[in-house]
Design a protein around this ligand. Structure first.
Ligand code: ADP
Ligand code: MN
Ligand code: MN
Ligand code: MN
Length: 354
């Protein structure tokens, strides 16, 4: 499909009065762990979630329902300022339910919300490091030399300068779009493989982690659409001596964040070590291609932990070990995780003692 976005032609229309109406873009997770959205007019400004109606869509077109029973309902769970339309327009994050009222098979928020409610006294915080890779429409990593490869990894991570980083304009636009929307994006950096980048969201408490990461992903694919660039969340987008893409999950409870919290961190690591396989099962598709024990990863088949160790499953940051409190980093989750599943199981294991 050709690149057909013309922001300069759109601009005068975005300046037209909307009267008292606003546009609400309902965003949801589809049957392939990707994002979909559609728009509706709301005839008044929205200041509260309860002002947003439920809606529905054709689940047979999104791998979420069979054709004979295809209506899936969308229940709004959060809304954010819309950086594309501006003004009072909003992006609405919605979850999916079947016609009988049960959560759709793709709706992992339903379970995570219950877990977070049960664990709320522990005040679980997360910070996710979303890595991703940009591709052009022909399927080549964006900005890579035609018919060849860039030089080996080394100069690209946090690089500056032509030949070291690509697409900084796109990445910057996404950063601003997140800030405008109210996403708690905490930073961005260029990654080890050229055309691979990372953004971090957090700290976010409980269920809001999954909500904000999904919305930040949505903003990324929408911004990239304007550049005619595809975003891949695959954990090993290129075979060979190129780093894979992860979604490191930084995690703490109230106890861990207080002086002496390193003890609670060590107890949590011990609990995590006993459920390695259960965790790996929800830590992303094709993660075996990434967790090879090379390229700054621990091996998928064994659990390990260590201070400042980037080859371990769990890393305790050096500054945390020195201060004696803070958080841990679970390095196992892949870039294509559903953050609801990952935050759910971490709290289940470490707080609810499943
Ligand atoms: P790395 O050194 O692994 O690259 P980053 O700086 O990319 O780490 O990301 C660290 C993440 O950890 C950020 O999203 C930050 O918000 C989050 N974070 C910081 N403190 C805490 C905490 N106490 N609990 C959970 N997450 C935290
Ligand atoms: Mn990072
Ligand atoms: Mn990284
Ligand atoms: Mn990290």
């Amino acid at each position: 499909m050709a690149f057909n976005y013309h922001p300069e032609l759109l601009r005068p229309y975005l300046a037209l009065s909307q009267g008292t109406s606003i546009q609400a873009e309902y965003v949801w997770i589809d049957g392939d762990n990707e994002l979909r959205s559609k728009s509706r007019t709301i005839t008044h400004r929205v200041t509260n979630l309860s002002q947003l109606p439920n809606w529905d869509f054709d689940g047979s077109s999104t791998n979420q329902a069979p054709g004979h029973d295809s209506d899936i309902s969308l229940r709004p769970v959060a809304f954010y300022k819309d950086p594309f339309r501006g003004g009072d327009n909003i992006l609405v994050l919605a979850t999916t339910y079947n016609s009988d009222g049960t959560p759709n098979k793709t709706n992992f928020r339903h379970s995570a919300a219950k877990t977070m409610e049960l664990a709320k006294d522990a005040a679980p915080w997360f910070g996710l490091e979303q890595e991703y890779t940009l591709f052009d429409l022909d399927g080549k990593p964006f900005g890579w030399p035609k018919g060849g490869f860039p030089g080996p990894q080394g100069p690209y991570y946090c690089g500056a300068g032509a030949g070291k980083v690509v697409a900084r304009d796109l990445i910057e636009a996404h950063y601003r779009a997140c800030l405008y929307a109210g996403i708690r994006i905490s930073g961005i950096n260029a990654e080890v493989m050229p055309s691979q980048w990372e953004f971090q969201v957090g700290p976010c408490e409980g269920i809001s982690m999954g909500d904000e990461l999904w919305l930040a992903r949505y903003l990324l694919v929408r911004v990239a659409e304007q550049w005619g660039v595809k975003v891949s969340f695959h954990p090993k987008p290129l075979q060979g001596d190129w780093n894979g893409a992860g979604c490191h999950t930084n995690y703490s409870t109230k106890q861990m964040r207080e002086p002496g919290g390193i003890q609670a961190i060590n107890v949590a690591i011990e609990k995590l070590s006993k459920r390695h396989d259960e965790h790996i099962a929800v830590y992303g598709e094709d993660n075996d291609l990434r967790l090879t024990g090379r390229h700054e990863t621990g091996h998928i088949s064994s659990f390990s932990s260590g201070v400042a160790n980037r080859g371990a499953s769990i890393r305790v940051p050096r500054h945390v070990a020195e201060k004696g409190y803070g958080y841990l980093e679970d390095r196992r989750p892949a870039s294509n995780i559903d953050p609801y599943r990952v935050t759910d199981i971490i709290v289940e294991t470490t707080v609810l003692d499943k």
